[in-house]
Design a protein around this ligand. Sequence first.
Ligand SMILES: Cc1cc2nc3c(=O)[nH]c(=O)nc-3n(C[C@H](O)[C@H](O)[C@H](O)COP(=O)(O)O)c2cc1C
Length: 73
Amino acid sequence: MQSIGAAIQTLLLAAQDFKLGTLWICDIFHCDKEIYSWLNIKDELVAAVAIGYPNESPYPRPRKLLDKVVKWI
Ligand SMILES: Cc1cc2nc3c(=O)[nH]c(=O)nc-3n(C[C@H](O)[C@H](O)[C@H](O)COP(=O)(O)O)c2cc1C
């Protein structure tokens, strides 16, 4: 699972380099049967990524300071 997450993050960063917009979707469980059918696969689906040309640029979201979310030991 962690490797899949790392791969998706790398995919999203690469897409951004091409000026593409993405959405990481883990909430695919309500439509996984349809996706299995479209892709003709039987493997477990973990996530989906929507990729497209964005028509808007949302403002940067507020971020917590690094020292509020990371504990160095
Ligand atoms: C592991 C993971 C799963 C996500 N699953 C969904 C999802 O199912 N539906 C959705 O609309 N966004 C999903 N997102 C996108 C987040 O809601 C959010 O838009 C994205 O992380 C960007 O927010 P940020 O700018 O605060 O990082 C997911 C993000 C991550 C990292």
